[in-house]
Design a protein around this ligand. Structure first.
Ligand code: GDG
Length: 470
């Protein structure tokens, strides 16, 4: 019998990847080096090995850099102006789509200028991909910034096999239909042969939106649109497990982890949060739950400390500035009330740490708190389990993270329920060693079922099949 997880034989067609950002960054001496980040870790080595092309923005405004090659990978920059960064990226992508897709709506701020910039940048991507893709190429487009590209590209190049992966949730139709340009987005995605989602609900929501908004018919997970068959599939993303385990096993990491514990005052339980400082990640709720537990005496500042790493992100967007101010106010307030001299109860870092340091922190963390309101997957949860080669540690995980579908040995919690969140934190902090080890073994078995490279290979194999290559 075929292994359902086996990706099958490699694809012999040229591969073109498109993402908002190129996989490389300019270094100080003007050269290019691979940028950090999961997507790059998954796809760049594959392109380096077999050759291929990546289309994306360099990260600098008005950058008209010519196409170039790094380690055999062809890189095609897409120029984006300073105005477009404000309207297409910060505006439409991060201020309109991001909250809508994470059911984090405050008030709807939809602007036609932002939509026009989004369209213009998507069209530019489509044109460049159409110009550079060899006949019959396999094109894989990533994420919510580029949802119109498949449709625009299909019109220009019907010969291409086009796939799209959405890294964030696809919202229920009742929410999605708030967007004035909802049909346009669905039409864009229906330019694909395969649209991939993190969770089954994402695929179902997308199919329902296509039915309701465009009268598209469907047969199971295949949507029939303008005489074409568009597959919707589920591909939960993973991490580079071997890399995390290797770093975690290193002597330097072990030493760093014990130094961290010592510097925190050798507490009984280190609680850890690691997130981009994003309002969807539920950092504030977590801090409030921690404070309430200290207040009620269910946790003890002499025995329990929290480390919160909040990585700077989207600092130009107003809601992110507000979120940062609120988190920092809370940290100050809680530390003011519960710390003693030399021993803060919350250690807060608004920094991007080197990956090795992050893995050492994961190893030091006895309880990992991952409490987003809504999250496509959440790789931090998987990295924490991968780093715990010692077989110990407890993961508290929001039901609203995609990772909750797979990581059922976590302490699963509804972060909107403050009492439940407090109970989950106490349960994790007090969990008996035997149960901790049993649950961690379950988490580690689960993550070992699929790594990042396997995820990419499975998506590409499904895309080849959807495009009629198999
Ligand atoms: C989107 C979706 C989906 C964090 N702080 C530091 C640092 N990180 C790294 C982590 C992890 C990554 O950033 C964060 O990944 P997440 O999955 O948690 O979240 P998003 O950035 O929101 O990603 C998400 C993902 O796409 C993939 O499809 O899972 O749901 O929202 O890898 O390690 N890395 C370093 N220093 C830090 O301080 N080096």
């Amino acid at each position: 019998m075929d292994d359902p997880l086996s990706p099958g034989p490699p694809i012999d067609r040229p591969i073109v990847i498109a993402a908002n950002r190129l996989p490389v960054m300019r270094t100080n001496n003007g050269n290019w080096s691979p940028s950090p980040g999961g997507l790059v870790r998954a796809l760049y080595p594959m392109l380096r090995e077999r050759g291929g092309t990546w289309v994306g923005w360099t990260g600098d405004p008005d950058d008209n850099a010519d196409p170039f090659t790094v380690e055999g990978v062809n890189l095609h920059p897409v120029a984006i102006s300073a105005d477009e960064i404000e309207l297409y990226y910060e505006g439409f992508s991060n201020d309109a789509l991001w909250p809508l897709y994470h059911d984090a709506l405050r008030e709807s701020t939809y602007s036609i200028e932002q939509r026009d910039a989004y369209y213009a940048v998507n069209e530019r991507f489509a044109r460049i991909i159409a110009e550079i893709s060899p006949e019959g190429s396999v094109v894989w487009i990533h994420d919510y910034q580029l949802q119109l590209v498949p449709g625009l590209l299909r019109a220009l190049r019907p010969d291409l096999i086009i796939g799209f992966f959405l890294h964030i949730p696809f919202p229920p139709v009742e929410l999605f239909t708030r967007l004035p340009w909802r049909e346009e987005i669905i039409r864009g995605l229906l330019g694909c042969d395969l649209v991939g989602f993190q969770r089954p609900t994402g695929a179902t929501n997308f199919i329902t939106a296509a039915q309701q908004l465009l009268d598209a018919e469907n047969n199971g997970d295949v949507v029939l649109h303008e005489g074409r068959r568009v597959h919707a599939g589920v591909f939960p993303i993973s991490i580079d497990i071997a890399e995390v385990e290797e770093i975690a096993a290193g002597r330097a990491t072990r030493q760093r982890a014990s130094r961290i514990r010592a510097r925190l005052g050798d507490p009984e339980v280190i609680m850890l949060g690691v997130d981009r400082l994003d309002y969807t990640k539920g950092i504030g709720l977590r801090l409030e739950a921690f404070a309430q537990l200290l207040e009620d005496g269910r946790l003890d500042p002499a025995r329990h400390v929290m480390v919160q790493v909040a990585t700077p992100t989207r600092e130009a967007v107003e809601h992110y500035k507000d979120e940062r101010a609120e988190i920092e106010r809370l940290v100050g307030e809680i530390n003011g009330r519960f710390s003693s001299i030399g021993l803060p109860v919350i250690h807060y870092l608004y920094q991007t740490l080197p990956y090795d340091d992050l893995i050492a922190l994961y190893r030091a963390g006895d309880v990992m708190l991952v409490t987003p309101f809504r999250d496509g997957m959440n790789l931090v949860a998987k990295e924490y389990a991968a780093a715990h080669i010692d077989g110990d540690g407890v993961l508290v995980l929001s039901e609203f993270a995609g990772a909750a579908d797979e990581l059922t040995d976590a302490v699963l919690v509804n972060p909107h329920d403050d009492r439940a969140l407090q109970d989950a934190i106490v349960k994790a902090a007090e969990m008996h060693r035997h149960e901790r080890r049993g649950r961690m073994a379950g988490l580690r078995d689960q993550i070992h079922k699929s790594d990042l490279q396997g995820w990419a290979a499975r998506f590409l194999a499904a895309l080849a099949e959807a495009g009629g290559l198999r």
